[in-house]
Design a protein around this ligand. Structure first.
Ligand code: NAD
Length: 252
């Protein structure tokens, strides 16, 4: 399996859970030191986890990194396209450069890693691709224009991969988490408090968790369990789908 953005947060937990289930896992991340540290932490034997440095928005780095994983493990059965960033600002002052950076990580990254992995999956006649969407694949929030746009876009990509991949045994699905306490979310709390003119506590209670059924954050473990379920699902009954893991914030 290749998990992008696996040096931190949700991706790291998915890598941990995949390893626990017996997979060999490539920890793909932007920062080579962070990828190596995560791989060592998750697999002290050094035999089951492989650190791979790649910027998912860079075509050359993705092609090289995925090739390295295929050579090392001999096959690529699962891709979790998870690497992501967040930039919050009101639309009227959103910097074009920030818009493009965010779309490049989420959408170019998903496309490039998918294309590179499909080559190996088609050759093997099977594969499972999981995109890390969000409740923001279904819903919108203020201050998050490119994020909401990108996360909606991933659902479109997953559906096309599901249709094109079916003839080659490849399935594609999207996991849509609610708010999960990771560095990506911790960074947003003070930023949103500033932009919305409210306290950090109110950002958590009245913005992030307001619509959940229990006022709880989703956990990295919740998301990782869902990834194991989707990765191992044995038929095309689940392809082109999205599963919302959000404590009832969004119900479909
Ligand atoms: P995180 O910041 O903890 O981890 C993201 C990882 O992605 C980091 O290790 C980072 O180095 C890596 N990364 C960033 N840009 C990259 C690039 N260009 N190439 C390769 N790696 C790159 O964040 P997280 O909360 O674990 O988020 C993971 C995914 O889950 C993201 O796609 C995010 O949008 C999505 N998500 C998060 C939440 C949440 O509440 N945390 C909710 C819904 C969806």
């Amino acid at each position: 399996a290749i998990v992008t953005g696996a040096a931190s947060g949700i991706g790291k937990e998915i890598a941990r859970e995949f390893l626990a289930q017996g997979a060999r896992v490539a920890i793909a991340d932007l920062n080579p030191d962070h990828a190596r540290e995560a791989a060592k932490d998750l697999d002290p034997t050094g035999k089951l986890a492989l650190a791979v440095a790649m910027d998912v928005s860079n075509e050359v780095q993705v092609e090289r990194g995925v090739g390295q994983v295929a050579d090392h493990f001999g096959a690529i059965d699962i891709l979790v396209s998870n690497a992501g960033i967040q930039i919050v600002a009101p639309l009227e002052t959103f910097k074009f450069s920030d818009w493009k950076t965010l779309l490049a990580v989420h959408l170019d990254g998903a496309f490039l890693t998918t294309r590179a992995c499909l080559k190996h999956m088609y050759a093997a006649g099977s594969g499972s691709i999981i995109y890390m969407g969000s409740v923001h694949s279904k819903e919108a929030s203020v201050l998050k224009a490119p994020y909401v746009t990108a996360k909606h876009g991933l659902e479109g990509l997953a559906k096309v991969v599901a249709k094109e991949g079916a003839a080659h045994g490849v399935r594609a699905n999207v996991i849509c988490p609610g708010f999960v306490r990771t560095p990506l979310v911790d960074k947003q709390i003070p930023e949103q408090a500033r932009d919305l003119g409210i306290s950090e506590e109110d950002v958590v209670k009245k913005v992030m968790l307001k619509e959940t059924v229990d006022g709880e954050f989703t956990t990295v473990e919740d998301v990782a369990r869902c990834a194991v379920f989707l990765a191992g699902f044995p038929s095309n009954a689940l392809t082109g789908q999205s599963i919302v893991v959000s404590h009832g914030w969004f119900m479909q």
